[in-house]
Design a protein around this ligand. Structure first.
Ligand code: GAP
Length: 441
């Protein structure tokens, strides 16, 4: 399948099956914003849960936080966002379209209308969304929608450190919405103006920064591999000196092979003591740490793995999407679309399918569904042939289907069908739950 087709098919599947809808669609949509539908919200939640589990639940050196989106405007002065969180913007004089000056083609032609040398001089455009707090819209009431979750962590460093009594090396993790007034959003949920980040700030003694940076690069790459993205679709790309942010001594991106080429999934940065030093200066509060064991005071250095929940969700969808020819019931072949999602990410874990809407089968299906619902996200589907219902579950990545047929009424057994192999096996109802639990991991 051509790469461009793959993107179109995934976007089409996302719309058709309730994963992702264009936002405000009844009004014609709204500028590259997207809404996650009933299955999409489950998928993205599973991505975030997998991240939280690996970062917070499975470790004793990282704790969680949920800071406010609106913060004191001084935070963004201290962080450098008011002065430097800008992109160079140019307009095409011919078609009036706007572009990032650093993303124009070498040909000098407008990517929209093709006009040559039609661009205005570049001017710096701050990407933060401004709003006003309270009823008066004046300079004193300006606030910003946070452009990254990281700063909520830095300004809570002392609160978290003293309340948890954690000693460096330790980390603070946070998942939440961020907002950037991107000049050129696009590629579905890859670049949007409102998105979710999964960020962790790991505070370490200054001399250990380089070693922890290497550690987090590997850990974060392994997270995507473990959740099923093939090795050849992932790479770790160290930044060139010229690409480094003003605060960073080292950054590497985890990149995914999107249909349009390699693109950033996550950045891992060595932010040194920049953030805590800045917030100490601007707030007048001492944000250093006193190491009792070695009788010394220092500003911890920070290693930051910063991921995007939407970009990760898109990467999992793209790498899981497959089309294959399978034998049909009439001896011919049929096209099967499937999402080979890791069971931990699949929106629905188990579909319960009574063979027909028969008045005896449906109550048994309800009984089985009722006993499984406490344990997994399940779906009960009654409509269409059993073959069609399997295909519907395959294309949204449901790992297992449980079919209830007329024999089930006598033998109290059901058929479990595997998404990937399409193999079926007969299982007694009392043994169903442990078998599903084992298969779903
Ligand atoms: N605190 C550091 C930071 O925010 P970043 O590289 O600007 O670093 C981290 O953002 C991650 O957030 C990116 O790797 C990407 O996954 C996600 N992200 C950033 N801008 C985005 C956008 N406009 N739309 C969707 N995701 C975005």
């Amino acid at each position: 399948m051509a790469k461009s087709d793959q993107m179109d098919r995934v976007v089409n599947l996302a719309k058709r099956r309730g994963l992702v809808f264009p936002s405000s669609e009844v009004y014609g949509g709204f500028r590259s914003t997207w809404d996650y539908g009933p299955l999409g919200v489950l998928l993205k939640r599973n991505v975030k849960d997998a991240w939280w589990r690996s970062m917070v639940q499975m470790r004793d050196d990282i704790v969680g936080l949920d800071a406010a989106i609106l913060m004191a405007p001084k935070v963004w002065e201290a962080s450098g966002h008011v002065a430097t969180f800008t992109d160079p913007l140019v307009d095409c004089r011919s078609c009036k379209e706007r572009f990032r000056a650093d993303q124009l083609p070498d040909s000098g032609a407008c990517p929209n209308c093709g006009a040559k040398d039609s661009f205005t001089d570049a001017r710096q455009f701050n990407l933060m969304f401004k709003t006003f707090v309270g009823p008066v819209e004046d300079d004193a009431s300006i606030a910003y929608l946070r452009p990254e979750t990281a700063q909520g962590i830095f300004v809570n460093f002392a609160n978290v450190q003293t309340t948890t009594r954690k000693k460096p090396p330790f980390g603070i993790a946070q998942i939440g919405k961020s907002f950037r007034n991107e000049i050129t959003p696009g590629n579905f949920v890859y670049r949007t103006r409102e998105f979710e980040q999964m960020e962790m700030e790991f505070f370490v003694p200054p001399e250990d920064g380089a070693q922890w940076f290497e550690y987090w690069c590997q850990e974060r790459l392994n997270w995507y591999l473990d959740l099923g993205i093939p090795q050849d679709q992932l790479r770790l790309r160290p930044h060139e000196e010229s690409e480094l942010s003003h605060y960073s001594t080292g950054t590497a991106d985890v990149e995914f092979m999107y249909p349009w080429g390699w693109g950033e999934l996550e950045g891992i940065a060595n932010r040194t003591d920049y953030d805590l030093t800045q917030h100490s200066k601007f707030s007048g509060q001492d944000l250093s740490y006193f190491d009792q064991e070695h009788d010394r005071r220092y500003i911890p250095h920070v290693i930051e793995p910063a991921a995007g929940a939407d970009r990760a969700t898109l990467a999992f969808l793209l790498s899981a999407y497959e089309e294959e020819e399978v034998p049909d019931a009439k001896g011919g072949t049929d096209k099967r679309v499937l999402l080979r999602l890791d069971p931990r990410l699949a929106p629905i874990k188990v579909a319960v399918l009574p063979l027909s809407k028969n008045e005896q089968l449906v109550p048994l299906a309800d009984e089985v569904a009722g006993s499984l619902r406490k344990h997994f996200m399940i779906d009960v589907d009654l409509t269409g042939s059993i073959g069609k219902r399997y295909r519907r579950q395959d294309e949204v990545g449901t790992p297992l289907c449980v079919t209830i047929d007329f024999d089930s009424l006598d033998d109290r057994a059901v058929t479990v069908r595997d998404r990937d192999t399409m193999q079926q096996e007969r299982v007694a109802i009392p043994e169903l739950l442990p078998l599903l639990q084992e298969r779903l991991g």
